[in-house]
Design a protein around this ligand. Structure first.
Ligand code: NAP
Length: 247
């Protein structure tokens, strides 16, 4: 009997960087992609359409990464319904910004940004890591940010969340290295997605040595490399992708 293709789960895989990662992982590795999203079904369906148009396979898996019981239910039901499939690659990409100066930052803006990033990574990873441990194989790639490395004014919540992503990446990498499971983080600078549409380009383009923002597919190529066998001895790393903005 033909073995089912390995799978990848991309949280926030319906838009922006997540969409590019979804398409690239399918193209480069033939993985069946579980495209997670929270609310925008139209965007998720369009990503699935693009994936199928390029000859790939995937399905939508809607859940809010913040909500433990919703994550357990969605992933648990999927695993039970697909006992022959293995989610070999997990990309913790879902993230939001709620910018504002710290002294006026409402508690919900603090909590939501940190919960989606950190609790989300905990919730989803814990649901999938046991299968990776059992198979002694896996790739976990967490999307951090330049803000998590250098901090950004107006983004204390986001900088904290993205710095936390680096912490879990480094600690979990040490727990899983012997099991042939790598855990790495990618730290993008300014990437051309909906997330940066509220910021005036005049304010940041001049700060970027490359003189332009990055494209989602450029981040996706890096994630695809980290998902491949070629990166087998890289773990616990944070890889910058920012046009020279910060290193
Ligand atoms: P985006 O275009 O706004 O897309 C965000 C994605 O995350 C969407 O698919 C969204 O789905 C999903 N999402 C949001 N909240 C979620 C939740 N609670 N549960 C599940 N999915 C959720 O953002 P992006 O620019 O591609 O950013 C992707 C990642 O890269 C984020 O972690 C971000 O922090 C990081 N990053 C981005 C940049 C940049 O310049 N763009 C730079 C550094 C790091 P719905 O639309 O359905 O809610």
């Amino acid at each position: 009997m033909r073995k089912a293709p390995d799978c990848a789960l991309v949280t926030g895989g319906s838009k922006g960087i997540g969409r590019a990662i979804t398409l690239q992982l399918a193209k480069d590795h033939g993985l069946h992609i579980l495209i997670n999203y929270a609310s925008d079904t139209q965007a998720a369906q369009e990503t699935l359409r693009l994936l199928e148009e390029q000859g790939g396979s995937g399905e939508l898996l809607k859940f809010n990464v913040q909500n433990r019981s919703a994550v357990d239910k969605a992933i648990g039901e999927w695993l039970s319904a697909n006992p022959e499939k293995f989610v070999k690659v997990l990309v913790n990409n879902a993230g939001i910004t709620r910018d504002g100066l710290f002294m006026w930052m409402p508690e919900n803006n603090w909590d939501e940004v940190i919960d989606i990033s950190l609790k989300g990574t905990y919730n989803v990873t814990q649901n999938l890591v046991r299968q990776m441990i059992k198979n002694k194989s896996g790739r976990i790639i967490n999307i951090s940010s330049v803000s998590g490395l250098r901090g950004a004014a107006g983004q204390t919540n986001y900088s904290t969340a993205k710095a936390g992503i680096i912490g879990i990446t480094k600690a979990l990498a040490q727990e899983l290295a012997r099991l042939n499971i790598t855990v790495n983080a990618v730290a993008p600078g300014f990437i051309n997605t909906d997330m940066i549409t509220t910021i005036d380009p005049e304010k940041y383009i001049k700060l970027i040595p490359a003189g332009r923002v990055g494209e989602p597919r450029e981040v996706a190529h890096l994630v695809s490399f980290l998902a491949s066998e070629k990166s087998s001895y890289i773990t616990g790393e944070v890889i910058n992708i920012n046009g020279g903005l910060y290193s």
